[in-house]
Design a protein around this ligand. Sequence first.
Ligand code: FES
Length: 106
Amino acid sequence: PKVTYIEHDGRRFEVDLPEGWSLMQGALLNGVTGIEGECGGSCGCATCHLYVDEAFVDRLPEIAEAEDEMLDCTVAEREANSRLGCQIKMTADLDGLVVRLPEEQS
Ligand code: FES
């Protein structure tokens, strides 16, 4: 499934991620610099913060408690469409997903 990452400076990365990969993994392996993923995806750092395009917000799995707590620790302001990239796994249903990255992660 395809996902488009839009960096804070406007650069766009359109990549095809295998199903089951997280948005954080996909960013790191495709040179998207707006995601750090310091904790390796264990929901412990909040450096994979991203903003999900409104059209997709309702299609994502609900925010679990651990993610919710971490989202309160992001460097860039938390918005209604904020999520952690490591907690969102690609599925066929998310094909075409667009996410925007904050100016800074740490
Ligand atoms: Fe650390 Fe997502 S990579 S919380």
